[in-house]
Design a protein around this ligand. Structure first.
Ligand SMILES: *Cc1c(COP(=O)(O)O)cnc(C)c1O
Length: 362
């Protein structure tokens, strides 16, 4: 059955991106290696950073593999990581650190509040042992967009390395990587660039990576080794997801055709504003305040006196062409709607009229 995904990755891709996967490609071929190199330099351009200072390393696996590769390769055995968390993806970084035996501490905020620079500054002052700070930009748990710029400034002041999981926001929100003090930023193929799942990418300062030899706690996730191999001529260390890579190269072209990050951000933003407005009329109150709501995904409470389950609503909407996303908040009963992928205002209109029909049928 055909339906559109209103989920934050995998997301709905174009037919032309999917079409690219009809070709079987070998991995040592020059054409293919060129595709990898073009993706790497194209990602640096999207990040607005220079190839003299930064590099891109692609890593097989889902987004978490990229975050784990970055954290476990950049931190040495005497380093100390501060994790700022206001949702599950921030907490996952602590899980990664625990598994790898990295010295870390986590500071948590409620999921509807942004980590604030004043608190981070205080922690950094009290804990001189901290060498690295990590956080999530768009916390997909709630849809909140965190203020990376203000935190980056205090992290730089303290001389620490700043690692940002921008999985669900990179290319969907403008991120001036260097200006915000970001030393390492991570995203994956199946988010705002609108490719299919299969690899993640890490854009990071070359000098930091060059100093990271021997840090990695795992062979497969050794970002330094991956870089050393890939940097020669674009050949991946170990088998690469060829079909996914070709689809991603096409998705990058389509991002450019749409008008780049600014145009894509505008489309996602318009989707989100329209969604919140239409849903409120139906009695679905947004979970987040408008001031912290990001354009990627929106969390809603169920209407008052709700007489249905998520499953019933999900099935009704899915039969009619759209897939919703369950909530991930710990306390309140909520569900989520993604605004990213090949989704346009007419899809939001359609979804809301289906939800209206569903509510009236109860
Ligand atoms: C999607 C996502 C990830 C990665 O999740 P995977 O399931 O490993 O792809 C990490 N962080 C955030 C904020 C995400 O939205």
């Amino acid at each position: 059955m055909q339906y559109k995904l209103l989920t934050p990755g995998p997301l709905t891709t174009t037919d032309t991106v999917k079409q690219e996967m009809m070709v079987d490609h070998c991995t040592w071929d020059d054409d293919y290696k060129q595709v990898t190199q073009k993706i790497r330099s194209g990602l640096l351009e999207l990040a607005g950073v220079s190839p003299e200072e930064y590099t891109t390393v692609l890593m097989q696996g889902s987004g978490t593999f990229g975050v784990e590769a970055a954290i476990t390769t950049l931190t040495g055995k005497d380093d100390h990581l501060l994790i700022l968390a206001n949702g599950s993806y921030g907490e996952r970084m602590a899980d990664i650190a625990r598994h790898a035996g990295i010295h870390y501490q986590m500071h948590q905020w409620p999921i509807d509040q942004q980590p604030d620079a004043a608190t981070v500054e205080q922690i950094l002052k009290e804990h001189q042992e901290i060498t690295h700070v990590s956080m999530v930009h768009s916390e997909t748990t709630s849809g909140i967009l965190n203020d990376v710029a203000s935190i980056g400034a205090v992290v730089k002041n303290a001389g620490a390395v700043f690692i940002v999981d921008a999985m669900s926001s990179f290319a969907g929100v403008e991120i001036p990587v260097k200006e915000w003090g970001i030393d390492c930023i991570i995203s994956s193929a199946n988010k705002c660039i609108q490719g299919v799942p299969g690899f993640s990418y890490v854009i990071l300062r070359k000098d930091l990576l060059e100093q990271s030899e021997g840090n990695a706690r795992s062979l497969s996730l050794d970002l330094y080794d991956q870089y050393k191999t890939m940097n020669v001529d674009g050949k991946w260390r170990f088998t690469s997801p060829t079909h996914v890579v070709l689809a991603f190269a096409k998705a990058m072209e389509e991002l450019k055709e749409e008008g780049g990050i600014a145009a894509r951000h505008q489309r996602y933003y318009n989707n989100e504003v329209l969604l919140r407005e239409k849903m409120s009329v139906l009695g679905f109150v947004p979970f987040l305040g408008q001031d912290v709501q990001g354009p990627i995904i929106t969390t809603f409470y169920y209407p008052e006196n709700c007489n249905f389950t998520f499953r019933e609503m999900y099935d009704y909407i899915k039969e009619r062409g759209y897939v919703l996303y369950p909530g991930k908040t710990t306390k309140e009963e909520t569900f989520r709607v993604g605004n990213i992928g090949e989704i346009y205002p007419e899809d939001i209109e359609k979804l809301c009229s289906l939800l209206k029909e569903f509510l009236e049928s109860r």
